[in-house]
Design a binder for this molecule. Structure first.
Ligand code: HEM
Length: 203
């Protein structure tokens, strides 16, 4: 069980932190906005604490939008159909194994305007929750097998990001422009960056 918790809890959070920074590097407008927010909210404090996160609404929009585009688990855990049914015109036999493609749903243009673009503001004033109640957005899955570590997972992402964004400015090495960052995914049970994220920090 401990191994399950470590396995499910570490790579998911670190992959999310990497994708957030990658998206911010590619979107200087959002980077500027989120850094301004973090620096204003935390200004003068010696250390960023968990309590400070509630004062960072834009950072949370950035995380939600990143989890939409890059859910670390693109296919949630398999489910077994418990009775024959018809689903969206398909007959599904009893005991059929069903795998939900969250990655595709999160980018479905039927539910998301400009679905491939990184637009954190789309979650502003939105009722869409992260907790599996809205089936167009399932970064932590849904139902009884939903991620039991979602709160810890979010904290694992929010705190490091707030620190990374508070203490340093970030840019690509060798004078590369923000549009040149390779965003290729390495697909498997988890979606991580295919190439390592190399950035140069400055004060
Ligand atoms: C950003 C961070 C995380 C994301 C995006 C994430 C996402 C997910 C998803 C999508 C599932 C499958 C849910 C389903 O099939 O409905 C899952 C399962 C699971 N997660 Fe997470 N997770 C994260 C962090 C964590 C953390 C920090 C822990 C524990 C400390 C954890 C423990 C687990 C476990 C044990 C399962 C399997 C649950 C089961 O078998 O019923 N996760 N997670």
């Amino acid at each position: 069980m401990m191994q399950d918790m470590f396995g499910a809890g570490t790579d998911t959070s670190s992959a999310t932190v990497e994708w957030v920074i990658s998206e911010l590097i590619r979107c200087p407008r959002a980077m500027e906005k989120v850094q301004t927010e973090v620096r204003q909210a935390v200004n003068g404090k010696e250390k960023i604490k968990e309590d400070d996160i509630q004062d960072l609404p834009y950072l949370n929009l950035v995380i939600r939008e990143t989890l939409r585009l890059h859910p670390p688990l693109p296919l949630v855990l398999p489910r077994e159909c418990r009775q024959p049914m018809n689903l969206a015109g398909y007959d599904v036999a009893n005991k059929t194994k069903l795998i939900v493609n969250v990655f595709a749903i999160n980018r479905d243009p039927e539910y998301w305007k400009d679905a491939e673009s990184f637009i954190p503001e789309r979650f502003e004033n939105s009722n869409t929750t992260i907790m599996g109640a809205d089936y167009e957005y399932l970064p932590f899955g849904a139902g009884r097998r939903m991620c039991p570590g979602s709160a810890l997972g979010l904290a694992n992402v929010q705190l490091p990001l707030a620190n990374i964004l508070y203490y340093f400015k970030w840019k690509l090495p060798n004078g590369s422009s923000h549009g040149q960052l390779d965003m290729t995914e390495s697909f498997g049970a988890m979606v991580q960056r295919k190439t390592q994220l190399m950035l140069v920090p400055s004060f």
